[in-house]
Design a protein around this ligand. Structure first.
Ligand SMILES: Cc1cc2nc3c(=O)[nH]c(=O)nc-3n(C[C@H](O)[C@H](O)[C@H](O)COP(=O)(O)OP(=O)(O)OC[C@H]3O[C@@H](n4cnc5c(N)ncnc54)[C@H](O)[C@@H]3O)c2cc1C
Length: 153
């Protein structure tokens, strides 16, 4: 079975909306890759993320804001012959997004971004503690290119 390219933005959006985590890849100034899992929000083709103010990823992003973010969902083991290892495969839908990180400093824009992140996980509405909002690092990935693939679907 061949994998299928996802050409439609609606299909790509649907994959991202089904995921509960993404994998953000960065490159440090020595050219070393660094990939970490993160929770996220997604709206209008932009990926919203939040984190502590310090740490390795923030150090990297402040020097190189180019990132690659991967999403995958609908994982399901399939096989043609139960006893033949090479006939096994994993059904999936996945998306890779390439873009640049932009840090969000404005308080109201931070709250908007946090609401987008929360809405990926729950329909509830929230209030926020001002000191916590000021303390958290919020950023978005302005996506330059999406690529999507599906296998078995
Ligand atoms: C499902 C999921 C969702 C997450 N969501 C978020 C989120 O929304 N925001 C957020 O800030 N973080 C999130 N995390 C944690 C995130 O993956 C990082 O661990 C965290 O952001 C710290 O990253 P850092 O670069 O600042 O690490 P530092 O604390 O600076 O890292 C210290 C060292 O630990 C190693 N390390 C860092 N993260 C990991 C990891 N996840 N696994 C193994 N080794 C690691 C690195 O190699 C690094 O050298 C999530 C993790 C998971 C599994």
């Amino acid at each position: 079975m061949k994998s299928r390219i996802l050409h439609l933005q609606e299909e790509i959006d649907r994959v991202i909306k089904k995921c509960d985590a993404c994998y953000m890849g960065m490159v440090d100034t020595s050219g070393n890759p660094y990939v970490i899992p993160m929770n996220f929000g997604y709206k209008s083709g932009e990926i919203f993320l939040h984190s502590a103010q310090t740490g390795k990823k923030i150090d990297i992003l402040q020097k190189n804001n180019q990132v690659c973010v991967a999403f995958s969902t609908d994982h399901e083991l399939r096989w043609q012959s139960e006893k033949v290892a090479c006939s096994y495969g994993m059904k999936y839908r996945s998306v890779v997004a390439f873009g640049k990180v932009v840090f969000i400093e404005d308080y109201d824009q931070k709250v908007d971004a946090l609401n987008v992140i929360m809405s990926q996980y729950t329909d509830r509405e929230f209030s926020y503690n001002a000191p916590a909002v000021k303390d958290v690092n919020v950023f978005k990935v302005v996506v330059e290119k999406f690529e999507g693939k599906a296998y078995g679907y």
